[in-house]
Design a protein around this ligand. Structure first.
Ligand SMILES: CC(C)(COP(=O)(O)OP(=O)(O)OC[C@H]1O[C@@H](n2cnc3c(N)ncnc32)[C@H](O)[C@@H]1OP(=O)(O)O)[C@@H](O)C(=O)NCCC(=O)NCCS
Length: 173
């Protein structure tokens, strides 16, 4: 026990030589202003633009965790919860939730922040990125140290999604 929370050290047996990292080591925040070129025909932020921003941030978080080149393998539960409009300040927060052997799951939350600093959620998604060597082949990533109940909950949910993705991939549905 440390600080009242149980510290779990997953992935230890899979990549014992790699220095494990904390979720907080790679948590990254990115902010954009929605400009006219980001707007679709309905006057809202174009969904593809937001997805690009989210994918880029997921890549940065995963690269910081892996310390090497990464590539996006899949995206799931990407939900557009609310629109954003021109001049809105869009805040993206990315953090690692789970790691496998060579794959990392990164959760991205997107918000619109008003002038009082209040954040309204507009999107959330889980990206899976894989660390790759120069030949494009997957390579092991460091384990993840989870330090509190919320990170532990995310890890356990991520473990379920990791297994589900494996099954879906194997069975092709
Ligand atoms: C991602 C990629 C490197 C995986 O290569 P692969 O030979 O299929 O590798 P493996 O089957 O050994 O899987 C490696 C890991 O990736 C995970 N993975 C591979 N495809 C996945 C998918 N579609 N969804 C979720 N996880 C996936 C595996 O579960 C495995 O995880 P683990 O090592 O943590 O257990 C390869 O499919 C690729 O290069 N894809 C194109 C990626 C790309 O170009 N992205 C940019 C978007 S255009």
């Amino acid at each position: 026990m440390r600080g009242g929370y149980r510290i779990v050290k997953p992935n230890e047996e899979k990549s014992p030589d790699l220095k494990k990292k904390k979720v907080s080591d790679t948590r990254t925040e990115q902010v954009y202003i929605v400009r006219s070129q980001h707007i679709n025909g309905y006057g809202r932020l174009f969904g593809g633009m937001l997805m690009q921003w989210m994918d880029e941030l997921a890549g940065i978080v995963a690269r910081r965790h892996a310390g090497m080149t990464v590539t996006t393998a899949s995206v799931d539960t990407l939900n557009f919860e609310a629109p954003a409009y021109q001049d809105d300040m869009v805040v993206l927060i990315g953090r690692i939730t789970h790691v496998g052997t060579s794959s990392m799951e990164v959760r991205i939350d997107a918000y619109v922040e008003d002038n009082e600093g209040m954040r309204r959620p507009i999107n959330r998604a889980y990206f899976v990125l894989v660390a790759i060597a120069e030949d494009g082949k997957p390579v092991p990533v460091p384990g993840l140290i989870v330090e509190n109940e919320s990170e532990r909950y995310e890890w356990m949910s991520g473990e379920k999604r990791y297994k589900l993705r494996k099954t879906r991939r194997k069975e092709g549905y």
